[in-house]
Design a protein. Sequence first.
Length: 418
Amino acid sequence: YDTVSTTFTALLGLIPSGLIRMTSAALVLGVIRLSKHQTLVQDIYCIEMLARVDVLCLDKTGTITDGSMTVVNYIDLQRGKYDIKKVISNINAALGETNSTAKALENYFGVDGSEPANQIIPFSSDRKYSGAMFGEDTYIIGAPEFVLKSSFEKYAAMVNEEANKGYRVLCLAVTKQDLSNSKLTRAPKPIAFILIEDQIRPDASETIRYFRESGVEVKVISGDNPVTVSEVAKRVGIASAENYISLDGLTDDEVYDAAMKYTVFGRVKPNQKQIIVKSLKDHKKTVAMTGDGVNDILALKEADCSIAMASGSDAVRSVAQLVLLDSSFASMPKVVDEGRRAINNVQQMAMLFLVKTFFILTLVFLTITGFFKKFSGDGSFPFTNPTQLLMIEIFVIGIPSVFLTIQPNKNRVSGHFL
C-alpha cells in the first residue's frame, strides 16, 4: 500500500493539474473584459491570435473613415449641355441603392423619379459602376478608369489632381450602347466628374499611432483609387502610405508578390483581398483583417484573426471572430491590449505550474539515485500521501496563479507557448 500511495503521489505531483482550468479562466476573463469595451468574442481562441498580430489589414471606408461621405462639388465636362443634377437624381431614384456613396449623391443631387428608367445596371464590385437607361440614352456612374475605358488617359491628370486632394472621384458618362449584358464594349462620353469626400474618424490618427508604436504594420486595402486611399492614409499617419499600387488588371501571382512590397492597395477585388492576406501569412506574418461588407468575407475567413464592424452586413458578422459592437476603430487598441494581457499572463502562469512539475521530477530523480538514503534509512520519496502536496498546490501555485491571471500586461507577445 505504501509503495502504491507514494508512486501515486509522485505521478500526481508531475501533472500540472489546474493549468487547463486556469487557462480557460484567463480566456473567459478576457472575453468578459472585451465585452466591457463593446467587443463581442465569437471564438474564444482568437484572443491568442489577436495578441500575436503583427500585420493589420484595414478597409478605408468604415474603418479609417466613418463610412459617411459628402459630395463636395462636380466638374461639368460638357459646359451645361446636360442637366447634371437632374440626370443623377433620376439615376438615384431608378437604382434605389442604400450604400454610403448613394446616400451622398442623394443628399447633394436629390431623388427625382419623374422619368422612369427603361433598364437599370446595379453596382458591382467587379465592374465598379452602375447606371440606368432613360429613353435611348444610358447613363453610367462609377470609377473613371472603369467607365471611360481606353479614353481614361485623356482625363487621368484631372482625376489624379483631385485624388491627390483626398477626394474620391466618380465619373458620369452617357452612351447609346445596349447594356443588357451590363458590359461596356466601347468608351462612353464623359459628362461630369463628381468629387466626394470621406469623413475621417476623429480618433483614427491616435489609433494608427498606437499600432505603429506597438510594432504592428498597417496595410490599407480598398476598392477606391489608390491615390485617394494613399492621401487618406497619409492624413492618419500610416507609415509608408505613399507606397501604393492599383491591383486593377493584375494577375493573381502579381497580386501575391505585391502584398509584401506595398502598404496601400487600390482597385482591389474581393478575391484579391484574400490573396493579399494569404501572401502575408505565407511570409510568416500573423494577420488581422477588419471589414464590414460582403466583399470582405473571403479575406476575413483567410485571416488569422477576423474583426467585423457591427454596422456591416449580417454575413460579415457571422464569419468574424470578433465584432466591434460600437463599430468604432478606436476600440482596437483596447482589444489588442486585452489579448496580450490574457496570453502573456497564461504563459507566466503556465511556467508557475511547471515549477511544481520540475520540483517533483527532481525529487523523483533524487529518490531513484538513492540520494535520500543519506538522510533516512529507506530513502523513500519525501511525500507519501497526495494531501501532503496540498500546501504547495494552494500557496505556491493556486493563489499566485489567480493574481497572475488578472494582472495588467500590455507587452507584445513573443515566441510560442510550448
